[in-house]
Structures are given as C-alpha cells and as structure tokens.
Design a binder for this molecule. Structure first.
Ligand SMILES: Nc1ncnc2c1ncn2[C@@H]1O[C@H](COP(=O)(O)OP(=O)(O)OP(=O)(O)O)[C@@H](O)[C@H]1O
Length: 329
C-alpha cells in the first residue's frame, strides 16, 4: 500500500463576530487538530452527526476551505495553501461529489457542457485511469469524445449530452456528478454524503458503481456519511468524528468489532436491526449505552465552555486509536 494523502494536525476555525464593532469574540472549531492518511486505491470513511466537521475536512482537501493551521500532503507534496495546490496542478487530481446533485449541477447547462467543464480547464487525458500524467489535449473533438466515453462509464446513453439536469432522477444526477468528477483522471474523489438523498434501492446501485470505478481505475475515496451501514460496506478505514475531533479511528473491522468510545458505541447502537427477533435486545442495548453516555461523560470528554471536547487519540493497537482520558488525568 502507498500513502496518497496525509493530513497533519488540521485545524479549521470559523470566527464568531459580535457587537457593534463586529469584533471576533470566539471561534467555531469546525475541525480541531485532526490527523489521518488515505492510502492509494482505498476508501476512508468519515462518520459523525450533522455539524461534526466532516464536510469541512472534505472542503479543505479539495481547496474550497483554507485551513487555519496544519498540513495537507499529497504524495509527499505539501498542498495546504492554494498557491501550493496550483504549483502541482493538484485540482485535477482531487475532485468532489456532493450530496445534493440538484444544486451542484448548473441547471442552465446541458450535461455535455457540465462534464466538459473540467476537461476545458485541465485538458483531455489520452488514457482513462486514475493519475494519468501524460499529454493532455484541448481539442474540441477530443473533449466531446471524452464526454461520451464518461457517460458510457457511468451507464447513461449518448443523448444525455444535450439534456438538462432537471430531466434526470436523483440517482442519474449522482452518476452525472461522478462522470464530471472522473473527467480529469483524479486520484482521489471526496464523496460527501453521495447517496443520502437517494432511495435505498438506488443507493445500492450508486455505491456498487463507485466500487466498480475504484476497482477499474484505482481511485481513492474519502467517503463522508452519517450512515454507518453504508460506511461499513464502502470503507477500509474509518474515523468517527464529534464536535470537530476524532473520537475513534481504525480499520472498518476495528470500529465494527471492537468499538471503544462511547460515542462510537452510541452510533453503532442506533443502526436499526433488520432481524425482527433482535429488535428488543437492540433497544435494551441502546438504552444502556445512552445511560452510560450521560453518566460517564467525563471519562470520554473534557469541557471546553459548553462543548464536550474529545481527548487526544491514544493507540490501543497498531491500527486502532481511541480518545480516552489518560490514566491519572
Ligand atoms: N462558513 C462557515 N462559517 C461559520 N461556521 C461554519 C461554516 N461552515 C461550517 N461551519 C460550522 O462548522 C461546523 C462543522 O460543519 P460541517 O459542515 O463541516 O459539519 P458536517 O459534519 O459536515 O455536518 P453536515 O453533515 O450537516 O454537513 C458546524 O458547527 C458548522 O455550523
């Protein structure tokens, strides 16, 4: 395995301004000292409730948000600032797929124009596949051919090029978003809740399709979701996030077989059981975890004003890290 992305001590703070002079009186610590690595060709899951900071990490990775401090490294090159990103043409290597395909696809443009946009900026690679760094063409015929090839990859017919986003279902629009993201041969796709707006049956189709393109093109995913069931299916590694901090981090197996932090257990206990005979057992377990969360909070969090702030991560195995209070602290 080789490391593709390394995030070191990332902080993204948003200033809170108050009063007549609009002074900065506090900060929202959306991302508070986060470190992790994404391996080439693998999927890293970020899980947490709304507002925990998942999207802010994704946006920092693709350059939509400037970090307050910390470092982002891509294949060993620092890409924390816009200047550093531009220096290595990083934006062609990292793309984002959003939850809301309705608003992320320009309603006034045809699908052909939407998918062609990144090709006009970065050129058409000669080969379809992650990370191809050879010659690129800006020839209009090549752009059109590539748009058609991308539509084929995502399973949409050629006439799609002349149609508009409103003419498609949610699942089809997500495929169009993926086609656009694939256009430049990226190494990494940040997928922010890519299926949460879709019906269950369509969710499975889009997820399987994402796995297929990963197998075929060796793409890595940062997969952001609040749905642990979906994350279990998609990922190799997972970090559980709460109030801007990682509370637990490990392989997918570590998290599902040996969860240690109360917040992780709480999220796991909230996954509905499909087995009717186990529902009562599950309900009792959920109540027990909820009671432990309330009674035993100090073992898991320190207090930063009104915010419950997770402790620093400590390693319990080579792959598994948990934010627990240090002995004697
Ligand atoms: N531009 C901004 N200005 C101020 N605060 C922001 C901004 N963007 C995000 N925040 C705050 O940062 C925190 C983390 O937000 P973020 O969108 O990263 O969370 P999330 O886990 O992705 O949640 P969701 O699943 O609802 O998108 C939240 O408290 C949010 O209100």
């Amino acid at each position: 395995m080789s490391e593709l992305v390394r995030i070191e001590n990332l902080k993204v703070y948003y200033p809170v301004r108050t009063g007549f002079f609009n002074r900065v009186t506090d900060n929202i610590k959306a991302v508070d000292n986060i470190s992790f690595t994404i391996e080439a060709g693998q999927t890293y899951g970020l899980v947490g409730e709304s507002g925990s900071g998942k999207t802010t990490i994704g946006k920092s990775l693709v350059g939509l948000e400037e970090p307050t401090s910390g470092k982002i490294l891509f294949e060993g090159h620092e890409v924390t600032t816009t200047k550093q990103k531009n220096a290595i043409n990083y934006n062609k290597d990292v793309q984002m797929v959003f939850q809301d395909s309705q608003s992320s696809l320009n309603p006034r443009k045809t699908i052909g124009e939407i998918i062609a946009e990144p090709l006009k900026s970065f050129g058409v690679p000669n080969v379809i596949g992650a990370g191809y760094d050879g010659a690129r063409s800006f020839d209009q015929t090549k752009i059109t051919d590539r748009v058609l090839a991308l539509l084929k990859i995502v399973g949409l017919p050629a006439q799609t090029v002349a149609q508009y986003p409103f003419q498609f279902s949610g699942g089809q629009r997500q495929r169009i978003g993926v086609a656009r993201a694939l256009a430049t041969n990226p190494r990494l796709i940040v997928a922010d809740e890519p299926v949460s707006a879709l019906d269950l049956s369509v969710q499975a189709q889009v997820l399987n399709f994402m796995k297929k393109i990963q197998r075929e093109y060796g793409i890595s995913f940062l997969f952001i979701s609040h749905d642990l069931g979906v994350v279990k299916y998609m990922t190799n590694n997972i970090a559980i996030m709460h109030n801007g901090r990682f509370v637990e981090m490990g392989t997918t197996n570590d998290i599902f077989k040996d969860a240690r932090h109360i917040y992780t257990k709480r999220l796991l206990s909230a996954i509905p059981s499909l087995d009717v005979s186990k529902r009562e057992e599950k309900r009792t377990y959920r109540k027990q975890i909820e009671a432990e969360f309330i009674q035993n909070k100090d073992a898991y969090y320190e207090h930063d004003g009104l915010i419950d702030r997770a402790y620093d991560l400590e390693s319990i195995t080579k792959t598994h890290f948990v934010a627990l209070k240090k002995e004697g602290a």
